[in-house]
Design a protein around this ligand. Structure first.
Ligand code: HEM
Ligand code: NAG
Ligand code: NAG
Ligand code: NAG
Ligand code: NAG
Length: 486
């Protein structure tokens, strides 16, 4: 009897404590007297996202559409975690650019001691981020990218050849572009040449052990997570990447005076050189931060071009003209001529924004100009980029794919901060230029000799994968591909 009582009391006590914790957490914005989206018990404002019923983009857009114009920002909750959702583009500009010193953190989890590869720019904050960032900006320069371009072009040519010369075939386009992007990253970031079977396999499997609940707890209670040695990625894959970088660096140091072919060389030659572990984390950063968005962007782009053959023809003729003028040689300079192709890429990045939101954490209290509002130290901020990209007051008829939106005059007429596929400011994408180059060169290889059209297996309209935070297609994009000899 005594035991039963104790069990009942303990259970009751635990439930009560749980209830109180949830209520207190979800009362944060109310206590601060700030306009907020009313939270649902336990789920906050992302009900349906965790179970995969809807995409996080959907949840964010609902909050944005409901409150835009009412205040510069609105409070909301991702499960129990309060977030400031920024609604006003001027405030976005403050946070990302003019007052970025208050918001240099992103607030992601990392655990460098137990998982060295988590020491990458995306996940680090504070002085560790600052010092790594300072070293990295000297590596991702235009002149270095130019030097790496021949290697990139070489990979793209092999890739283009692989699409084949069958008159008509049906292709798994997601798989196709995935192969190209992995090969570019294998070559440029890891210095691989030739066959990359194992690298390919590991690049697809490092999320194998991912558990959303554990990741959420790590984000909420990072100190406890570090104490419990929580790691984010599959051990097999991370060990492979780590050892691969070490082996490559070792090989590289045995040889001297080689032509510049990859980022490992650049990182180890930087003025204030990085440690080998830091270099490994940087190389892994390519896979972590770059692979999926590159992958998704090329897939989405081909999908849109398949649906609008007139746009596709225009891109192809621009590409063919460029190659014709330069004897088939691609250089950083000649890529500038691909004006329409760039518009198409930007429109893809607008409509299918791979990173649908940006994150910041306030490292100091920030008072909004001309207002009574304050963003408190430690507040987490969310900038709903995809919702901004789909705001009909900025982009009329937002769901229509229309590259004319990126003609120079149209771009100029829009407010600052209305196009943020790569973020902006100090914590913006460090590899934006590289990514654009890789995407453009990929499109050249894909479109030069091939025409794409929908087939019976093409999913129209395209659906997003609700289980991903990034915007990815729900099923692989399939298209019919025709070889055109020119
Ligand atoms: C289509 C391709 C890509 C897109 C759309 C993209 C987009 C982004 C975005 C939105 C952010 C966050 C920016 C912010 O918070 O303001 C970011 C950060 C970052 N990206 Fe990219 N990215 C792409 C490719 C790449 C590639 C290829 C790399 C390879 C190195 C890369 C490396 C990084 C890193 C290291 C950061 C963190 C920077 C920092 O916090 O200091 N990205 N990217
Ligand atoms: C690349 O994207 C496609 C969908 O577009 C997906 O099926 C594939 O798994 C992705 N690959 C990686 C390594 O993320
Ligand atoms: C990750 O998954 C593999 C099986 O795929 C398992 O053997 C391993 O113990 C897991 N690692 C962690 C840290 O959970
Ligand atoms: C596309 O977007 C990038 C990045 O925001 C920008 O630098 C570039 O000028 C844009 N190009 C066009 C054609 O709009
Ligand atoms: C695309 O190809 C990959 C590997 O070749 C395969 O696993 C996947 O199921 C394919 N997708 C579709 C929709 O056929």
């Amino acid at each position: 009897m005594d035991l039963l009582h104790r069990v009942l009391f303990t259970a009751f006590g635990t439930l009560t404590l749980f209830y109180v914790v949830v209520k207190i957490s979800l009362g944060y914005w109310k206590r601060r007297g700030i306009l907020h989206e009313k939270p649902k018990f336990l789920w906050g404002n992302i009900k349906g996202v965790v179970g995969g019923k809807r995409h996080v983009l959907d949840a964010l857009q609902t909050i944005y559409d409901t409150h835009k114009g009412q205040a510069p920002f609105v409070g909301c909750y991702a499960l129990l975690k309060p977030f400031v959702m920024v609604l006003d583009l001027e405030l976005v500009h403050n946070i990302l650019v003019s007052d970025e010193g208050y918001f240099t953190s992103r607030g992601l989890y990392n655990n460098v001691n137990n998982e060295p590869l988590s020491g990458n720019l995306l996940q680090l904050d504070g002085h560790k981020w600052r010092s790594l960032h300072a070293k990295s900006v000297t590596v991702f320069t235009s002149s270095n990218l130019q030097k790496l371009m021949p290697r990139l072009v070489q990979v793209s040519k092999i890739f283009g050849g692989r699409i084949g010369e069958q008159k008509l075939q049906q292709l798994n386009v997601s798989q196709l572009v995935d192969g190209y992007n992995i090969e570019v990253i294998g070559s440029l970031a890891f210095g691989l040449t030739g066959d990359q079977v194992e690298f390919r396999q590991m690049s697809r499997s490092y999320w194998n052990n991912f558990s959303l609940w554990r990741a959420y707890l790590a984000l909420e209670l990072p100190l406890l997570a570090r104490l419990l040695q929580y790691t984010s990625y599959d051990e097999l894959a991370t060990n492979y990447f780590y050892n691969l970088v070490h082996a490559q660096l070792y090989q590289q140091r045995l040889r001297d005076r080689q032509p510049l072919q990859n980022f490992l060389q650049l990182f180890s030659a930087a003025d204030d050189a990085l440690s080998d572990a830091q270099i490994a984390a940087q190389a892994f950063g390519f896979i972590l931060a770059g692979l999926e968005p590159l992958n998704a962007t090329l897939g989405f782009c081909l999908y849109e071009l398949a649906l609008q053959p007139d746009l596709q023809d225009r891109v192809r003729s621009e590409i063919q003209q460029l190659l014709h003028q330069h004897d088939g040689q691609l250089t950083a300079d000649s890529l500038k001529q691909l004006k329409y192709t760039k518009q198409v890429l930007n429109e893809t990045l607008r409509l299918h924004t791979p990173y649908p939101f940006l994150l910041r954490r306030a490292t100091k209290e920030f008072e909004l100009a001309k207002s009574v509002f304050v963003i408190a130290r430690g507040n987490n901020l969310i900038i709903p980029v995809a919702a901004i990209h789909r705001d009909p007051s900025i982009y009329p008829d937002p769901l229509r794919f229309d590259p004319a939106r990126f003609e120079a005059a149209a771009v100029k007429a829009r407010p600052a901060m209305s196009f943020l596929p790569f973020g902006q400011g100090l914590r913006g994408c460090i590899a934006m230029q590289l990514a654009e180059q890789q995407l453009l060169i990929g499109l050249v290889a894909l479109l030069q000799h091939h025409k794409y059209a929908p087939c019976a297996e093409t999913q129209i309209p395209l659906q997003y994968d609700n289980r991903k935070l990034l915007l990815m297609p729900k099923t692989d994009i399939q298209l019919s591909v025709e070889y055109v000899d020119t």
